[in-house]
Design a protein around this ligand. Sequence first.
Ligand code: UFG
Length: 333
Amino acid sequence: SKPSILVTGGAGYIGSHAVLALRDRGWPVAVIDNLSTGFRFAVPEGVPLYEGDIADGELLARIFADQGIGAIMHFAGSIVVPESVERPLDYYHNNTVKSRALIAAAVAAGIRHFIFSSTAATYGIPETSPVREGMPKAPINPYGWSKLMTEQMLADTAAAHDMNYCALRYFNVAGADPEARSGQSTAGATHLIKVAVEAALGKRNSVSIFGTDYDTPDGTGVRDYIHVSDLAAAHVLALEALMAEPERSMTMNCGYGRGFSVLEVLDAVDRVTNRPIERVMSPRRAGDPDALISDPSRIRETLPWKPQHADLDIIVRHALAWERRLSEIREDS
Ligand code: UFG
């Protein structure tokens, strides 16, 4: 029978979509999450949820044995860039030190495959866009460094031990499960599409546009928005690729290879809701690059990945549907 997959951070935004994608493809799943930013309701019924720390070696050893874990998908971590600048040591602790403990427990237990949530923040402000994986890695904040250091630990561990890994460098993850089984639930989120759908539903008054003088066609920042369910599907395919070729490790960008400006995103939200949200022209945010777009050649060559939701309006529609559902969940509790 198939081994079970341990999803760390499986009660969080991207992790919970990975749980759905794994289950939809017939993989047994277990979740470990300390529920610091995740939600119990994000873990589907029937999926074992271990509420605990990814650096707790005893707990991990028990989960590996009890659940018959054959691979790890590691999503747990801290993700707020400005917070990482204010509290760097917390980020190195949560993202780097705890990942080291998790990797060590995996090696000790003979877990053979490891999939890691990395980020386009490892590139810093890239010299050219689209960005290829081989380009210089020059993070401009502790968040990006904390992820890059974990990539390095995985590369060295895979060279020395019987484990292969896949590091997936996410661009701008957005949207929600098409059936509204999960979505982004974090209160106080700062991501553009999340903020915009909150405004569209009257949960906030307006959306700030951070900078209108960027070197882009309309002056606002351009990003490569990827639907969270397409991203989750890429993880399942990466897992299957690691299992098919146990000697091979890989690092891949996760994006569609095309960008939208802040204005284009807000236009899409207005179009979907048929009601304009208020826009407030604001100064640039520190550390934001003009444009950040992936070169998706490698993932396209490596995995049989066929994005199903590579459409800005669909991403917005799903984000909006989840935002409505979230209001219902919150009213119930
Ligand atoms: N933006 C606004 N108003 C907002 C929020 C964002 O104008 O209220 C703009 C930003 O300036 C940027 C774009 O919308 O041009 C996207 O911003 P997000 O905050 O949604 O995302 P970022 O591109 O800043 O960051 C994302 C992830 C990070 C990751 C980074 C690089 O959140 O974790 O991509 O890959 F590090």
